[in-house]
Design a protein around this ligand. Sequence first.
Ligand code: NAD
Length: 503
Amino acid sequence: MSAVAETPNSVNPWRQRAAQLRIESRAFIDGRYVAAASGATFDCVSPIDGRVLAKVASCEAPDVDAAVASARRAFEQGKWSRAAPAARKKVLQKLGELMLAHKDELALLETLDMGKPIGDSLAVDVPGSARCIHWYGEAIDKVYDEIAPTGHDVLGMITREPCGVVGAVVPWNFPLLMAAWKLGPALAAGNSVVLKPSEKSPLTAIRLAQLAAEAGLPEGVLNVLPGFGHTAGQALALHMDVDVVAFTGSTRTGKRMLEFSAQSNMKRVWLECGGKSPNIVLADTRDIERAATAAAWGIFFNQGEVCTAGSRLLVQESIKDRVLEKVVEVGRTLQPGDPLDPATKLGAIVDTIQMGTVLKYIDAGRSEGASLVLGGTQTRRESGGYYVEPTVFDGVSPRMQIAREEIFGPVLSTLTFKDVDEAIRIANDTIYGLGAAVWTRDITTAHRVARALRSGSVWVNCYDNGDMTVPFGGYKQSGIGRDKSLHALDKYTELKTTWIDLS
Ligand code: NAD
């Protein structure tokens, strides 16, 4: 248990602030905070200690109808959808600034709600989200349309138009960041958005709505509906007046989104789903310690609740012991602590359900015959929260459940291979294709492996790096479409051809 958890609130400024925090827990529809039409609420529980943080509006179909109607009105009215890109840029830049001005508050909400270390919320989630909003604001007045290379007596114009009403449905692992990855390009392109955060972590999205209004986003352009997937999420995905669903979450729910589109209005569906990412370490890697340290962080960062978590460590047989020794050494230093302690590197698992899932997979690994070399149990029980030790399995075979299914927790499966071809075969033997890495000093091998990996992102001699300039998304059942970079604008714009006869 971390020292700070035992110290009185007066010693930890974040605990003091948490005690004073005023939490907004209503939906944001048509420019104002409102209770759910039914008056229903759900308990928003902090995984840090199991305490109820707030009673949050539990939105359902009537709230979805109201939010979509407001979003449609705003879109038709045109204050935002037909504003000059430079005007939209101004508002998005202001929103990015406001997010940074409220960095501490947003970080605290994120940590209380989702359990990640406050240091990560401050260094990664909030600045990364603000950066995304800034980036799309900055970009949008530099994107040009096209003129087709036609004959002289024709003008063929290819223009991009906003799609209309976007339903954004996001998960709980990076609540603000995943919302920003949708909002940045969708708003920059001129759409109206109805955002449904996860019921496990709705607080930063709710707060963001007010900041967006302060930044000058017109009423109805951003609505935020907290609620459950099978109620608010489903009603949004089935809605006849929603043009696009931009989803991040599990592959299982992603498939439902496709069904909902087919059952309703054939809305565009963009999916950012799960992963079981391979991290391949070849014997010729220049720096084994560095590769092993990155492998440990690649699985344990954010408690392993990362879609691109390097959950399958594939190591060439001859160096397996050396790599694993270092991974375990680093893992030992990453014991879960109080998420409100700035020194904590590993926080709480988002809720008891997810903790149960993680522990169930650890049991499956044991019973399938993998050998547990680190962790494996729940910890910090006295806190009242949900914590799992960093866990490492050795001797995992490609058929085991822990080698095939996304665990979404701090559990690493180590597999070995003899040569590069076998590594590629094992790496690609998955329904997923989100991230993958290869560590080698040979440039030809690096390129050959990178080309062979069926994955939306491949990292060479690093893990899970990147910035806003590159697209992010999955091959296979990891998704459809890409977040980040200018490519994300494709999701939120329709291409229009205007063919003008000049003869
Ligand atoms: P989830 O699929 O359970 O939920 C995601 C969102 O969908 C939530 O808002 C939820 O309320 C909603 N939802 C659930 N059921 C629904 C339904 N029937 N109809 C409509 N909406 C519904 O996923 P999760 O547990 O919140 O998130 C973890 C998953 O997200 C992991 O699989 C992870 O890999 C994935 N993820 C992917 C990326 C990416 O960019 N590819 C990023 C982060 C997380």
